[in-house]
Design a protein around this ligand. Sequence first.
Ligand SMILES: Cc1cc2nc3c(=O)[nH]c(=O)nc-3n(C[C@H](O)[C@H](O)[C@H](O)COP(=O)(O)OP(=O)(O)OC[C@H]3O[C@@H](n4cnc5c(N)ncnc54)[C@H](O)[C@@H]3O)c2cc1C
Ligand code: SF4
Length: 343
Amino acid sequence: MNNFSYARASDVGNAVTEISRDKSANFIAGGTNLIDLMKENVARPTRLIDITRLPLNKIEETAEGGLRLGALVSNSETAYHSAIEKRYPLLSKAILAGASPQLRNMATNGGNLLQRTRCYYFYDVATPCNKREPGAGCAAIDGFNRIHAILGASEECIAVHPSDMCVALAALEAKVNVTGANGERTIAFADFHRLPGDTPHIDTNLHADEIITAIDLPAQGFAEHHAYLKLRDRTSYAFALVSIAVGLEMEGDVVKETRIALGGVAHKPWRNRAAENQLKGQPASNANFQAVAETIFREAKGFTYNSFKIELGKRAVVRALRQAVEMKREPDTQFHRTSTEPT
Ligand SMILES: Cc1cc2nc3c(=O)[nH]c(=O)nc-3n(C[C@H](O)[C@H](O)[C@H](O)COP(=O)(O)OP(=O)(O)OC[C@H]3O[C@@H](n4cnc5c(N)ncnc54)[C@H](O)[C@@H]3O)c2cc1C
Ligand code: SF4
């Protein structure tokens, strides 16, 4: 049993002051990840700063024609918000592909960005893990690495980021608004999460004294042509082996603008700008989609148990692009509201 104290932040400034004065403190929002990590003895905060009463619970229009998602809006409220369903259905579908209705009701947008990897060894404190304990080693590299990274991994860590929501946010090129002791700043989504390198214990570029206040969606939502394809061992309540978020802008049969983000393959949502540019101005043909998939996975490296992800990923890219062009919904991309989710 690890003792910890508890405080409820009264406003954003107070939350920043609280987190700045104690290096071992953690914010707690929905608690769906942090409490599990505490139960497993992976996270041992000495103080919890409860941020759930802060006024960061709104979805609002931005001056640029986009939407601002408060950090404390729940994943369910976000996915079922009428403006998200209409203008950013890719985001709605990605969120609803994750977790369960009960978890999505508790989970917050800020917490979703900061959820930690699902690497089995990270959760098992009896095994070496550089992310949990820098310098300890990585049990996954020579261990059971079926769910691990095939892109952007390092010799220190081959974990993947587990979020679905973040894959859509990467494709949409969202921005993350944060406030810290030095004031406010905005982080482009591509710069928010990190690759492991030789500091795999640092997941993001958020500073220790900063709180996420909101996520901004740009005006372009790719509502006409998008797809979120999540491939996993079970069709619900499982993390992605590979997931693909696609947003396309079409002019007839020609692709004008392309966004492709991948989940389940790297330490952060993965984009390959060269592959995206390859498709711009080209006909939406399977041959072109296949060429894009080859570019994305050209540098991919499998480990003992996860090499299958490379071929799976290529096929998923082609299928998601085809779905986005035709806007066909296949069974594993259909998500239904359940009786426990808000209407
Ligand atoms: C069984 C299970 C299955 C799941 N399946 C999926 C899935 O398939 N796909 C998926 O995407 N996710 C899945 N999840 C993860 C779930 O989406 C996350 O746990 C959730 O989004 C975290 O949000 P939270 O508000 O509960 O965060 P918390 O647990 O409260 O916090 C998580 C971390 O974020 C920090 N934090 C929270 N809010 C802020 C803020 N505003 N500013 C700064 N720091 C902050 C906390 O200090 C903590 O470090 C699953 C979770 C469980 C338990
Ligand atoms: S892959 Fe990363 S999280 Fe998993 S055991 Fe290795 S260092 Fe730890």
